[in-house]
Design a protein. Structure first.
Length: 145
């Protein structure tokens, strides 16, 4: 009998916890109930085209060879690489380009004299996939001495 009462109390407690986020609204990020922090449950988007943006950085060495600069090459995770280098470069931050070139040039194999940001955007629309390619942005960097 004690066991059934304990289980019933536990079930009622779990059901009562569902009201907690409603009673204690915390703004955009509700963290009292774990899955409300995930965008797929807490922040829905209106219907519209699906857009994917691919940004790639290429380094051009002093002898003209071209090599892709990847998160692995600079020792960062994908999101950290995007936030540290890709997005600032997309906004035209040349100081970030210099810092990235210094990081890549530490290896000493191919000295990068130029960084090139290439951006391609894919949009899924009713008629198919639309590909928009932005003009590449080039950042000349002087090799470290």
């Amino acid at each position: 009998m004690k066991y059934k009462t304990g289980v019933s109390v536990f079930i009622i407690l779990v059901l009562a916890l569902h009201a907690l986020p409603v009673l204690s609204y915390q703004g955009v990020r509700q963290t009292r109930w774990p899955f409300l922090a995930w965008a797929m449950y807490a922040k829905s988007y209106p219907p519209g085209p699906i857009v994917v943006t691919i940004r790639r950085i290429f380094g051009v060495s002093t002898d003209g060879r071209r090599r892709e600069v990847t998160p692995y090459l600079v020792g960062l995770s994908g999101p950290a690489f995007r936030n540290t280098y890709l997005l600032p470069l997309e906004n035209g931050d040349s100081a970030v380009a210099r810092r990235l070139a210094n990081t890549v040039n530490r290896e000493g194999r191919d000295i990068m004299a130029q960084l090139r940001l290439e951006t391609t955007q894919y949009r899924l629309v009713d008629s198919g996939v639309v590909v928009d390619t932005a003009p590449p942005v080039t950042f000349p960097v002087t090799p470290a001495q």
